[in-house]
Write a protein that binds this ligand. Structure first.
Ligand code: FES
Ligand code: FES
Length: 157
């Protein structure tokens, strides 16, 4: 057992546990943050994506030890930001989600991309979300939404 300390959605937290636990399980079961979803459980689909020190990671393959003294932002924390608002409006406008299972991870992927490249090309958006699988939309509407958000969010990213 170890004491893992990290910042979660703006709050300093501690968790006494086996450091090899999956971050996804700790978020969902202990902190009751159910935005990150379990899809494949193997790091392939992006449904469980969160930001770790601002970079996207798949929480299903991230051991708890990796977040010690770092900052984790899940969709629940990201939802409190202006950037989220802009992205959400763009997703709604373009019809970027249907069943919604992939959406939390897609939003995190879009944030990760836009925070590094505020004016991506269509190809860069497609590459940026390529680690996130969507079974419903065919991706085009999500790509349009991210491009729309990058225009609407001028100066925000
Ligand atoms: S559930 Fe983590 S990448 Fe699929
Ligand atoms: S909206 Fe259903 S998987 Fe993406």
């Amino acid at each position: 057992m170890s004491t893992i300390k990290f910042r979660l959605n703006g709050v300093d937290v501690e968790f006494e546990s086996n450091p090899s636990l999956r971050l996804l399980d700790v978020l969902r079961n202990h902190f009751k943050l159910t935005g990150p979803k379990e899809g494949c459980g193997e790091g392939e689909c992006g449904a469980c994506a969160v930001l770790l020190d601002g970079k996207i990671v798949n929480s299903c393959i991230t051991p708890l030890a990796n977040v010690h003294m770092k900052e984790v932002i899940s969709i629940e924390g990201y939802r409190e930001t202006k950037r989220y608002e802009i992205l959400k409006e763009a997703m709604e406008f373009e019809g970027g989600f249907q069943c919604g299972i992939c959406t939390p991870g897609m939003m995190i992927a879009a944030e990760s991309l836009l925070s590094q490249n505020s004016h991506p090309t269509e190809e860069e958006v497609r590459i940026g979300i390529s680690g996130n699988l969507c079974r419903c939309t065919g991706y085009n509407m999500i790509v349009k939404a991210v491009l729309r958000a990058s225009k609407k969010g001028e100066g925000i990213w």
